[in-house]
Design a protein around this ligand. Structure first.
Ligand code: NAI
Length: 778
């Protein structure tokens, strides 16, 4: 298999630019070409795209320095830049004649054997390669990214009849391992998987909401959490994607779908939507869409479009019996609820799930491919076949029959059996042949979910479990609500330390801390803390602080290695466990930070101590104790959170030696490999000697915060919290001639923490966070 070391992207528009940025995120140099500008700098279009990418939010780059990996150019003067490129991605306008003309040029300019792919959403592969040489056809595939490419995990891969298997394998591996995409094989059919089903679903939901008289809020409340589609709901999603895109996608599907396709029966032009688009109401990128913020009179009011009158009115909370029915009875409770909410849910789901169940094996080989497509491309929590399984295939088929509706192909194949089952601890899926087959994971993919199906935990309590993940490695999984840290998790870490022992004489030699929740951990359980504070149980609170400090210290100095594998949010106490790991293997999408000040606290489980040591040992910054603690103070006092693992390295939440995994599904395997590597010749770290500046630093911190308060950037209570933080980071009553131990610093953390929790300002911040999820600016 060839290796991809250099990439080119042609077309620097919405998709091309962002694909180039994501290739750069993988550390791969990339050439970005667009048409030559008519006057001035001939490469201005591609250069302008890079400038635009640097300003886009959410950021296409994981770190701004990645922009340096992109070489901009133009298609008239710079085709020679393609001569050493291994993969050329075409992402130019969706017009066959223009794509054909470009391919003719590429045929001459590309390196023999290099891979060429198109990002087309709608043009069949067969048509794209018409008139091209046999070599070009052998090296050609469709790689369909989703917008925005950094964040949307799905990559639909279409392999042509003449594509060489080696080309398909090379591109699949690169997109999976290097770009972190979930690669799903699709057949060369209109809209591939996700847009085919997604467009049907959106249209059906809009039709049913209008026919059954639901408001936008009601339709979104039902289609959001209860159906497991992200909380935006369906109208919120259209606002996000852009109303103006919908008619284009619809028209393109209608021009290519088979004559009897069910989408043809539901496609509708809605005059109201046309009017919205024409007047600039295209969604979040325009003046608003189904939702908008009204700014008249200075205040911001959330407004919603009334689907009947076409006027905006203030947002109304949805109140439907179906929502309660879904809480009590799950999906079945929702779709059988008698009110319009239940009728809407059934109308949308019965039609969409039937549509999907009729499309296997036409658009992809397996039901699992369709489920992956909808999960990764449209952020559904469960794919269509998982949803049918939840209702029961037999129940679903009976209800369709009772309504005189046809039974879709795969539902007939299932004949009452589920689409997924567990056999001998292995997850299996139902094939179109009627047989079941194991779901195979690519090499290097290890999922805790799979291990859990096939084994029992080594130990468990209410908030955590320990799993044997093979080869002598234990995995500690958080299982508390939002993976918040509590005494049970600390107890399980202690239990793991005891079970692994010296890492030599027993069955285990290393620990991995990992889970498969939405986020790694949102930090300490604030609800428990507030409960204790309301009862003035200060000794118990202090015990919680010192318990965490001791546990993390024991883990750091254990005779075996601990690899922590964070992803998504790793905040507060969830960040502090990362700081105490022997090594970290992080997912590239890591949002890590010490955010305690937001709830009127300071990092009390060794977070301040670790940040002091890391910043003091940092070789890239000027030496001396003052700049180091100054940087740590800045990061902690502003609750800085990284927007990627690469940025976490800059803040020293991660070390340069820590690993980064692009594909979420590969994180556990990579962490385990790291742990095994470290365990070979493992020695615990040597405790650092810490020298701190003392009162001079404290005074400097105070001066800085006073300045922020004076300019309105910090509040009065920020001053109180920063002051407590200053007590720790300055080292208290000391100077640089004195050597402090880690225990000295954690004692300072404890004292500052206990001072703050006795303060009403802190209690008010915790209460507000628990009630609203937002920090109180008191
Ligand atoms: P865009 O309109 O933002 O960008 C198109 C780019 O093509 C522009 O930079 C333009 O200068 C360049 N271009 C125009 N004529 C050209 C020519 N003769 N030769 C070379 N370049 C030329 O379009 P967008 O949205 O980035 O789409 C690009 C491709 O990606 C299309 O095939 C589209 O179907 C596909 N796609 C788009 C998605 C989206 O959400 N926008 C999602 C997935 C795929």
């Amino acid at each position: 298999m060839a290796e991809i070391k250099k990439v080119a992207v042609i077309g620097s528009g919405v998709m091309g630019g962002a694909i180039a940025a994501h290739v750069a995120n993988a550390g791969i140099p990339v050439v970005l070409l667009d048409v030559a500008a008519k006057e001035g700098d001939r490469s201005a279009i591609a250069k302008g795209a890079i400038d635009r990418l640097l300003k886009t939010d959410p950021a296409p780059f994981m770190h701004n320095k990645n922009a340096r990996l992109i070489t901009p150019g133009n298609l008239d003067d710079d085709l020679n830049l393609l001569a050493d490129v291994d993969w050329i991605v075409e992402a130019i306008v969706e017009r066959l004649d223009i794509k054909h003309a470009l391919y003719e040029k590429l045929e001459k300019a590309r390196k023999p054997g290099s891979i060429v792919s198109s990002n087309t959403s709608t043009i069949p592969l067969d048509k794209l390669v018409e008139g091209r040489s046999a070599e070009f056809q052998r090296d050609f595939v469709i790689t369909h990214f989703f917008n925005p490419p950094r964040y949307m995990r799905l990559l639909e891969l279409v392999v042509g009849k003449k594509t060489s298997p080696d080309v398909a394998k090379t591109i699949e591996k690169f997109c999976d391992v290097n770009l972190g995409k979930g690669v799903v094989h699709c057949h060369d059919t209109p809209g591939f998987i996700a847009n085919r089903i997604g467009t049907f679903w959106i249209q059906q939901a809009i039709n049913s909401a209008m026919d059954l008289g639901l408001t936008v809020e009601e339709a979104d409340a039902v289609s959001g959490r209860p159906m497991g589609i992200p909380k935006t709901g369906v109208f919120g999603l259209v606002d996000l994607v852009g109303l103006d895109l919908m008619p284009h996608i619809s028209a393109s599907l209608l021009s290519t779908l088979p004559p009897k396709d069910a989408y043809r029966d539901i496609a509708r032009d809605v005059p109201l939507f046309k009017k919205l688009i024409e007047s600039g109401y295209t969604g979040r990128k325009g003046k608003g869409g189904f939702y908008r913020l009204d700014r008249t009179g200075g205040a911001k009011t959330k407004q919603t479009l009334d689907l009947v009158s076409g006027e905006y009115r203030n947002e109304q909370r949805a109140q439907l019996t179906a929502l309660d029915a879904s809480k009590a009875g799950g999906l079945k409770g929702l779709v059988t609820s008698d009110d319009k909410g239940g009728k809407f849910a059934w109308a949308v789901l019965s039609a969409t799930l039937s549509y999907a169940a009729d499309l296997v094996p036409e658009i992809a080989d397996t039901v699992h491919d369709l489920d992956e497509g909808m999960r990764l491309g449209y952020a559904w929590k469960r794919g269509p076949f998982e949803l049918i399984d939840e209702l029961g295939t037999g129940w679903f088929a009976d209800k369709l029959k009772a309504e005189g509706k046809p039974i879709p192909k795969m539902l007939a194949v299932a004949n009452g059996r589920p689409f997924y089952r567990v056999e001998n601890g292995k997850l299996q899926q139902l094939l179109p042949s009627g047989d079941y087959a194991d779901i195979k994971r690519p090499d290097g993919v290890l999922l805790l979910a799979d291990i859990k199906r096939a084994s029992k935990p080594v130990a468990k309590n209410a908030s955590a479990q320990l799993w044997d993940i093979g080869d002598g490695v234990l995995c500690l999984e958080f299982r508390s609500k939002m993976n918040s840290m509590d005494a049970d998790i600390m107890a399980m870490i202690q239990r793991a330390i005891g079970t692994i022992g010296d890492g030599k004489s027993g069955p285990y030699k290393a620990l991995v801390v990992y889970n498969e929740g939405d986020n790694f951990s949102v930090g300490a359980n604030l609800g428990l803390a507030l409960f204790a504070l309301n009862l003035a149980m200060y000794p118990q609170v202090e015990e919680m602080v010192s318990g965490g400090q001791q546990t993390y210290k024991a883990m750091k100095y254990a005779p075996f290695p601990t690899v922590v594998a964070p992803f998504g949010m790793a905040l507060g106490g969830g960040c502090e466990i990362v700081l105490h790991a022997s090594a970290v293997q992080a997912h590239a999408e890591l949002y890590i930070g010490l955010v305690e000040v937001g709830v009127g606290l300071i990092p009390g489980w060794g977070g301040c101590k670790e940040m002091i040591v890391r910043h003091q040992q940092n070789k890239k910054r000027p030496g001396g104790p003052m700049p180091a603690v100054g940087k740590a103070f800045e990061i902690i006092s502003t609750a800085t959170v990284s927007r990627s693992a690469a940025q976490a390295q800059e803040y020293l939440f991660l070390r340069d030696s820590d690993g980064i995994t692009m594909n979420r599904d590969r994180l556990l395997a990579d962490a385990k490999a790291r742990a095994l590597e470290l365990s070979k010749d493992y020695k615990p770290p040597v405790a650092p000697e810490i020298r701190l500046p003392g009162p001079t630093a404290k005074a400097a911190f105070k001066l800085a915060v006073d300045g922020f308060v004076a300019s309105g950037k910090a509040t009065a209570y920020d001053q109180v919290v920063s002051d407590a933080l200053g007590d720790i980071l300055s080292g208290g009553n000391t100077d640089i001639t004195e050597i402090k131990t880690e225990d000295d610093i954690t004692a300072l953390e404890r004292a500052a923490f206990m001072k703050l929790v006795r303060n009403d300002g802190t209690v008010a911040r915790i209460e507000t966070m628990l009630e609203t999820g937002k920090p109180l600016r008191n």
